[in-house]
Ligand binder design. Structure first.
Ligand SMILES: Cc1cc2nc3c(=O)[nH]c(=O)nc-3n(C[C@H](O)[C@H](O)[C@H](O)COP(=O)(O)O)c2cc1C
Ligand code: SF4
Length: 512
């Protein structure tokens, strides 16, 4: 039997129905949910889409969009009398400069992708299918077989942390608690990343089938699909696929499916912040342990998995874990890499895990201009110099290089880019998106942004103490946001010291 939805969990839904933060809304939501009015107000102010419901068009101020003159787009909208505000990355880096109108969401143009091939696990260009053969096979073979295939596949989480999927799945099956949940993380907010969007728009059945496999293997009673709020059409594609799968008889009637919208908070991509949002609260990350596999949604064992991770499951079970593992070069599987910025054909490219940056640039039609630097895995991964172009783009190699693969949002910068400005753009992003819960991150992100602005304004000593601040943030922040937020600045200073008034170059330089 489904546990009844707690009233607290209805706070975000009721706020959304009432049109966001407006006079009298907190009081009316208090009456409907019995959650204290001040608490409701606190929730409304946390989420940008609820806090500023009448702000108008959102113009992306992510790094890729700034490279494509998002300021010019903002000026055009303002001249046309349109209400507009800047927003953090909108997940449309291939369409830069991107904007999003909550009143009239325009369809997203199809991104460039890799041509269809039988050697791709997701294969974005292939026809999506209602076959669901992998789901049927998982029923026939049973949970132990599914877990063994998952383990032999070597699938690691594609949302950013790269954690082995089979360990999470086994940990949930080992729990004595029988109330269990599966959560799809489709919040996709890391600047430079837009792969989950393309997976759902092109292959929604892979996602629905993958979720059904997970719920059945883990004996979960409910599946929650948390889709970022600006992705209305993405959510609609997923809903339509679920409906088709239901009509085709593939969906177990005992499992309930719930769609939940994000409300414009990057931090809710972090798995425990996402759980807080599902529970109707401000999206502030929880201390771990306990991990969600033990105490997740409603304090019960919960599998949280990224869209790309889930979409790999049908191919793994149909073609075998070993087949998937061998697709990778340095680590198992293929990987969806998002390329944007100064490349000729921005898009989502599926390539063997561990492909080099040089190979990815070739897939994306080459660099526009001369390569200076790149972010291998979104804003959180900082910058690497052009001389790293032959690095293997996988989790362990990039970690050893002091960076990260993260969500593989690869942003390419040519030699026209000012690295102080690029670091400032990322600093603004992290300051705005910090949930404010812990002081190293809340205050540290502010200090870094201010230091960069002062340096840009001509103060040569402005950056004197940023390494100490960065150390404190890395050591003492609760979650990955604060731990990574200084990396864009510290890596830019390391590889491009002369741009920060420091003595020697170390490994920087450009390459064609
Ligand atoms: C600040 C921050 C933001 C994150 N955003 C996302 C996101 O948008 N989508 C996602 O799948 N994972 C995101 N993650 C990673 C999740 O916390 C979690 O590791 C992931 O959803 C687990 O799924 P996976 O194992 O399939 O990757 C984020 C992590 C942090 C620290
Ligand atoms: S590190 Fe930043 S985002 Fe994470 S919990 Fe602390 S304040 Fe919030």
């Amino acid at each position: 039997m489904q546990p009844k939805k707690a009233r607290r969990e209805e706070v975000l839904e009721k706020l959304e129905e009432a049109g966001g933060r407006r006079t009298g809304v907190a009081a009316s939501v208090q009456r409907k949910t019995l959650v204290p009015e001040a608490d409701v107000y606190g929730v409304a102010t946390f989420y940008s889409l609820l806090a500023e419901p009448d702000a108008g068009v959102r113009v992306c101020q992510g790094l890729t969009c700034q490279l494509s003159d998002s300021q010019g787009l903002m000026s055009e909208l303002e001249s046309a009398g349109q209400d507009a505000v800047y927003a953090s990355c909108l997940g449309q880096c291939d369409q830069a400069p991107a904007s999003w109108n909550p009143e009239d969401e325009t369809p997203i143009d199809r991104a460039c992708t890799t041509p269809s091939s039988p050697d791709l696990a997701i294969d974005l260009e292939a026809a999506d299918s209602l076959d669901y053969a992998a789901l049927r096979r998982s029923f026939e073979q049973g949970p132990d077989w599914v877990l063994n295939e998952l383990e032999s596949s070597g699938l690691t989480g594609r949302g950013g942390a790269g954690f082995p999927a089979h360990i999470k799945w086994r940990a949930i099956r080992d729990q004595a608690e029988s109330e269990r949940y599966v959560v799809l993380n489709a919040d996709e907010g890391e600047p430079g990343t837009f792969k989950d969007r393309e997976v759902i728009l092109r292959r929604p059945h892979l996602v629905v089938e993958g979720l059904a496999i997970a719920a059945s293997c883990l004996e979960a009673q409910a599946i929650y699909l948390y889709v970022r709020g600006e992705f209305g059409r993405v959510r609609a594609a997923l809903e339509a696929a679920l409906e088709d799968a239901r009509e085709a008889g593939h969906i177990d009637q005992r499992v309930s499916w719930h769609f939940e919208d994000g409300h414009g908070a990057y931090i809710c991509g972090e798995e425990t912040a996402l759980l807080e949002a599902l529970e109707g609260k401000r999206g502030m990350p929880r201390m771990k342990p306990p991990f969600p596999v033990e105490k997740g949604f409603r304090g019960k064992p919960t599998l949280i998995q990224n869209v790309e991770s889930i979409a790999c499951l049908p191919a793994i079970l149909q073609r075998g874990g070993e087949w998937f593992r061998r697709l990778g070069r340095t680590e198992p599987g293929t990987k969806l890499y998002c390329l944007s910025g100064h490349v000729e054909q921005p898009g989502v490219y599926e390539a063997p895990m561990g492909s080099t940056m040089r190979e990815l640039l070739e897939l994306a039609g080459g660099v526009s201009g001369t390569l200076k630097a790149f972010s291998p895995g979104g804003a959180s991964s900082g910058f690497l110099p052009a001389s790293s172009v032959d690095i293997a783009m996988d989790f362990s190699t990039l970690r050893e290089a002091g960076s990260m693969l993260g969500s593989a949002g690869v942003v390419v910068l040519n030699d026209t880019v000012d690295m102080v400005q690029a670091a400032l753009t990322q600093a603004v992003f992290f300051e705005e998106e910090s949930c404010g819960q812990c002081s190293p991150c809340r205050i540290g992100t502010q200090i870094l942004r201010q230091a960069l602005q002062r340096y840009g304004d001509g103060d040569p000593n402005a950056l004197a103490y940023v390494q100490d601040v960065a150390w404190g943030m890395g050591e003492a922040s609760i979650c990955g946001l604060g731990q990574a937020a200084a990396l864009p600045l510290t890596s830019a200073m390391k590889y491009f010291p002369s741009e920060f008034g420091l003595a020697s170059e170390s490994g920087g330089g450009s390459t064609s």
